[in-house]
Design a protein around this ligand. Structure first.
Ligand SMILES: *[C@@H]1O[C@H](CO)[C@@H](O)[C@H](O)[C@H]1NC(C)=O
Ligand SMILES: *[C@@H]1O[C@H](CO)[C@@H](O)[C@H](O)[C@H]1NC(C)=O
Length: 760
């Protein structure tokens, strides 16, 4: 559901706002009207949170405690605490997927932003934060009105490792730096900027930790999959966005996944949860299981002999909350059998209560708290809908544009044939093709009944429409019946007879043919790239409630497209030779393994990572950048000798990196064309060749709007330890010394020399 389809209902409701806000949610706990509980110590908002949490834990008995270890937490009436549903979702807008949020009454819908892969394609981190702010405004409004929770299990920041993954669309793509930046920006938007006083607007959750990126492929499903991952790939690929999310994003929660990693279910692995997330990264928040994954590791994976062992193993590993009933059912027995202590349970509850207190849930009346004034009038506001439109526009990627094709002109292209099963797909998450009708007269032919496109019955009508129109827009691609949670693809070709329809329609078109691809994962459209009758190709992902308008704005040039691909588009023969179950990132020529993502796969692609055209032309030049940097060692290693260098690389741990100031780069971007437009500077680095180096790696990006004929200076910062280090085969980060190369597009190659500062 989106605001769009319910706009009039929302308008009507506006009239009754005062009535509705009178029905606000009763306080979750510490109701000032409840004389029996308001004096309790944990209710005293002026005490430090850890004191209140300790007081609360101390008042609960074991039976009460175990019922609080699950998403559907049971209330404790004698302490004035209501039940709470922890599970809400807000991947690209408040969603009713989780039971904690319901579209009903005063809240029939929420703003629906583009699917995450599309928003990622904007490469605009301010936009990601702005979307998070809007989503959390709507979430708070719904919470105040009793329709939503405050704990959202979003974003999904797993690396989009294989193009067939059905949930790749939910992620920000294949690159660890991009995913990290997305994670920290969206989380900051959701949780609010008042982290300084340790408060939360809503609690976000980075999921699914870790190496989870296979749902159901070739008889292998996520409930049974054991991901074999090297320490190196874990350190420099799979864990990167999670680490950033915890350390920089200060996320309030991490979710462990269904799959095993190297033979252990992630939710029962103390090394991953207790040692890594909490110990090394210092999570200030709670760890939650994916839904039923504790049950899954017992029932499906047979990881433990008894359910009590499963309960004990997960809690001892660092799990604080179970999505699913398992821990409420088996934890008490686990304690009775001595597999677990009540202190372990107290620790878990301390983590969840702390988040609830940071959210203000123990501070009495919601209306008396920050955000207490948000209500129905703050959901689906015109400003929020504008942001959904902006996101859709910024996420559209122009993949091909033969000279003189796009944009179309309203003067010359008065009649447009709009063809394809996705052309009026509200469910595929586009408003509808009415967008184009704002510019020209349209005639619509489906061509195929659905995206599976099994029959050519409707081809004739589509071809006829194209042959009479001034221009043809084909809206093709995939939908959730082809790629989704629990549904991976086996091929990256367009389904069924889509390719045939596209070629036939293009052949018959009187005017230019524009191919619009609506899909989350990439498709191999080599045939279309090579077809001279196909004038232009756009990738729009799943563009959300304002998708139709955004697509039309790009086609007619009122929006100059600036999106870039957040993932590699591989040819079909790549996926044919690489099993989805192989998680190795790096190419291995000895076994004919091609490697994954632009970082390690060097073979032919349909479109590369970072690719995207514009209606104008930009040049970039390096205005200022360091050429030589000394890397200081910690005291222990200075004044020693060069033995600290292995393969001419120094361990990050042995350097004084925290105390070094960032390096500053200035890049000039010039718009050489006739129209204004956005441009994203993508900064890559390549280390000197040597044992511990990997290939080209994105280290930062920045988007600017540049007026036609003018120039903008882009300022970027980079850190030697973070951006120029590489993981070795033991997962240890080292900084290679010597000549690193910084690349920006084809224009800039800048040498940066690193030397160890031995302090002599
Ligand atoms: C990026 O997003 C922000 C926030 O919505 C917006 O103000 C800005 O114009 C966008 N930047 C570009 C270059 O489009
Ligand atoms: C250099 O340091 C290593 C270990 O710190 C030591 O074993 C070695 O003898 C030192 N070599 C010289 C020449 O000082």
């Amino acid at each position: 559901m989106s605001c769009h389809s319910n706009y009039f209902i929302v308008l009507l409701l506006f009239v009754f706002l005062n009535l509705i806000s009178a029905e606000a949610r009763a306080p979750f706990a510490c109701d000032p009207k409840n004389g029996a509980t308001r004096g309790l110590r944990f209710c005293r908002a002026n005490l430090p949170i850890h004191v209140r949490v300790q007081d609360l834990v101390g008042r609960l008995n074991l039976q009460e405690k175990v019922k609080l270890l699950v998403n559907n937490a049971v209330g404790v009436p004698r302490l004035g605490i209501q039940g709470y549903e922890w599970w809400s979702e807000a991947l690209h807008g408040v969603s009713n997927t989780g039971p904690g949020t319901k579209f009903q009454g005063a809240f029939p819908a929420a703003t629906s932003f583009p699917q995450v892969i599309t928003t990622a394609a904007s490469f605009n981190s301010s936009l990601w934060e702005a979307i998070g702010q809007v989503v959390s405004d709507e979430a708070r409004a719904m919470y105040n009105g009793g329709a939503g929770g405050l704990t959202y299990w979003s974003p999904n920041v797993n690396i989009f490792r294989d193009p067939r993954w059905g949930r790749g669309q939910e992620t920000p793509g294949e690159d660890p730096s991009l995913a990290s930046k997305y994670a920290t920006s969206y989380v900051r938007g959701l949780q609010g900027n008042f982290n300084k006083n340790n408060r939360l607007k809503v609690a976000a959750c980075c999921k699914h930790f870790t190496a989870y990126d296979l749902d159901n492929w070739n008889g292998v499903d996520r409930f049974h999959f054991n991901a074999l991952v090297s320490k190196q790939d874990l350190e420099d690929t799979y864990n990167v966005p999670f680490k950033a999310c915890v350390q920089e994003g200060k996320v309030a929660s991490v979710m462990c996944s269904y799959n095993q990693v190297n033979g252990k279910p992630t939710c029962a692995d103390p090394d991953l949860l207790r040692n890594t997330i909490r110990g090394q990264w210092h999570l200030n928040g709670y760890i939650v299981s994916d839904c039923d994954s504790v049950g899954v590791l017992f029932d499906n994976q047979h990881y433990t002999k008894t359910p009590e062992e499963a309960a004990a193993d997960t809690i001892k590993a660092g799990l604080d909350l179970d999505c699913g009933p398992f821990l409420a059912q088996h934890t008490e027995a686990a304690i009775r059998r001595g597999l677990l202590t009540e202190a372990d349970v107290n620790q878990a509850l301390t983590n969840t209560f702390t988040v609830q207190m940071r959210l203000g849930m123990f501070d009495g009346e919601p209306s008396a708290q920050p955000f207490g004034n948000l209500g129905p009038r703050d959901v689906c506001t015109p400003a929020h809908q504008d942001l959904a439109l902006q996101a859709a526009r910024e996420g559209i990627v122009l993949l091909q544009n033969r000279p003189g094709s796009l944009p179309l002109s309203t003067a010359r292209h008065r009649n447009i044939a709009v063809i394809g099963p996705n052309a009026d797909a509200t469910v595929t998450m586009i408003g509808n093709y009415a967008g184009i009708a704002r510019y020209s007269k349209t005639i619509h032919q489906k061509g195929c009944t659905g995206v599976a496109c099994t029959s050519n019955q409707q081809f004739g009508a589509a071809i006829a429409a194209a042959s009479h129109a001034d221009a043809t827009v084909l809206v093709m691609g995939l939908d959730q019946s082809i790629e989704a949670e629990a549904r991976d693809r086996t091929s990256v070709l367009l389904p069924g007879r889509q390719q045939e329809l596209i070629s036939k329609v293009a052949q018959a078109s009187r005017g230019p043919t524009i191919l619009v691809l609506m899909c989350g994962g990439p498709v191999d459209v080599t045939f279309a790239k090579n077809d001279p009758k196909i004038s232009a190709i756009l990738w729009v992902g799943y563009p959300g409630q304002a998708g139709g308008t955004a697509i039309a704005d790009v086609i007619f040039g009122t929006t100059n497209p600036g999106g870039k691909l957040p993932m590699t588009w591989y040819p079909q023969n790549y996926v044919a030779k690489i099993p989805m179950t192989d998680l190795a990132m790096r190419a291995d020529p000895r076994r004919g393994y091609p490697g994954r993502t632009y970082r390690f796969y060097k073979g032919p692609v349909v479109f590369p990572f970072g690719f995207g055209l514009s209606y104008t032309r930009f040049t970039q030049s390096m205005a200022q950048a360091p050429t030589k940097v000394m890397v200081p060692l910690t005291n222990h290693y200075t004044n020693t000798n060069m033995s600290t260098l292995t393969n001419n690389a120094v361990k990050v741990l042995h350097t004084n990196c925290d105390n070094t100031s960032p390096l500053h780069l200035h890049i000039d971007v010039k718009n050489m064309g006739e129209v204004d437009g956005p441009h994203t500077v993508l900064l890559f680095s390549t280390p000197p060749s040597g044992a511990h180096s990997s290939e080209k790696q994105l280290i930062g990006f920045k988007k600017v709007h540049v007026l036609a004929g003018s120039q903008q200076r882009v300022r970027m910062k980079m850190h030697v330890c973070k951006h120029l280090s590489r993981a070795d085969e033991y997962g240890i980060r080292r900084i290679p010394m010597g000549e690193h190369t910084l690349h920006i597009g084809d224009d800039i190659k800048h040498q940066l020399s690193l030397q160890v500062d031995l302090g002599k």
